[in-house]
Design a protein around this ligand. Structure first.
Ligand SMILES: [Zn+2]
Length: 92
């Protein structure tokens, strides 16, 4: 449970965003959290690209046939995201 204080800074950092994206991918995200993500994206180009890619992926499977995500799909996706993040974000 995140209290308001936990999001009291300007925006969540990239790592937090990545964690929230897990929920985003699963289609089960708090609208308030969505706002936090949007706010982060406004200032963070690499994350924008990431989420855009995610959205396309989600759209493809939602508009396509009823999908069964292959086993390990999420894991692979998240690994890819993390690898990308490491390249584009130098977080201490
Ligand atoms: Zn970011």
């Amino acid at each position: 449970m995140a209290r308001a204080e936990d999001f009291g800074q300007e925006v969540m950092n990239c790592r937090e965003l990545l964690e929230q994206l897990n929920q985003y991918v699963d289609g089960d995200i708090d609208p308030a959290l969505c706002e936090e993500i949007e706010r982060h994206l406004a200032d963070c180009d690499p994350c924008q690209v990431m989420v855009d890619t995610l959205r396309k992926t989600i759209t493809i499977y939602k508009n396509g046939r009823p999908l069964e995500l292959p086993p390990g799909f999420h894991k692979r996706l998240h690994q890819t995201l993390r690898a990308h993040w490491k390249q584009t974000h130098r977080t201490p």
